[in-house]
Design a protein. Sequence first.
Length: 270
Amino acid sequence: MSALWRARRAPPKLTDMNITGNTVFIPGSTSGIGLALALELQAKGNTVIIGGRRTDRLAQLAAEHPGLGTVEIDSTDPASIQSAAKEVLATYPDLNVLVAMAGIMRIEDWHRPESFLENAEAVVTTNVLGPIRLIAAFVQHLQTRPDATIVTVSSGLAFTPLKVTPSYNASKAAIHMLSESVRLQLADTSVKIVELEPPSVRTSLLPGQQESDFAMPLDEFVSEVVTLLETQPDAREIQVERVKFLRYGEARGDYDQVVATLNSADPHGN
C-alpha cells in the first residue's frame, strides 16, 4: 500500500500495485469511512490498527474482527496522541502507514457568535490540530521506514463550500494546503503524502446523512477508493468520480454553478 500511495512522480508502472503486507494505523476509525477502510485493508492482507476514544467499542470491534489491532486515542488531546503513538510503535514497530482519519462536522449559524463559536473551535481542534499532532507524533518513525505514507483526509468541501458548515469547509481547505506543503518538505525522505478527498458519504457525520440520497453509499466509496489505490500508484489526491464535481468547479469555470447546486441540493455534504 505504501508503495502504492506514492506522492512523488515516478515512472509509470506496467501493472497494478500490491496493497498487502503493510502496517497501517487509522485513528478515528471506530465507525464510518475509517472503519470501512480499515476492514477493507485488513481483508487485503495488511496489519491494521484502529484508534478511538471508546474502549468498549474498540473491544467489540476487536472481538468481531480477529487480528484487528486497537488502541485508545483522543485526537483532540495532545497527551492522548503521544501515549497512543508510544503504544502503537512499541507493539507495531513495522508501522509504515498513518491515516489521519478523525474528523467532525457541525452545522453553524454565523449571524450570532453564541450559535457558532463553540462548534467552530471544536471543528478546528479536531480536524486541523488533530492531524497536525498525529503527524508530529509519527513522522520521525515513518522516516526510518524504507517506504512510508501519511494519508490526510480533506473533502470535496475543501474546494466548494457548503453554506451551513463554514468551519468544516475551512478545516478541510487547511488540510488540503497542509498536505501540499508537507509533501514538498518531505520530498527528500521516504515518506509520501496522499490526500483522500471524500464527497458526501452515507455516514453519521451529520444527522440524517446515513439516509441521504445525495450521499454516496459507504461500501461503494471504499471500494472505489481501494481500486484507485491499486491502479493509480502515483496519485497525490485520491478522488472518486463523485467528488470531481466539487473538486474541479473552478478549473472547469463553473464554480458559481457548482456552489449553487451544492447548496440547493441537500443540507448534507462532506
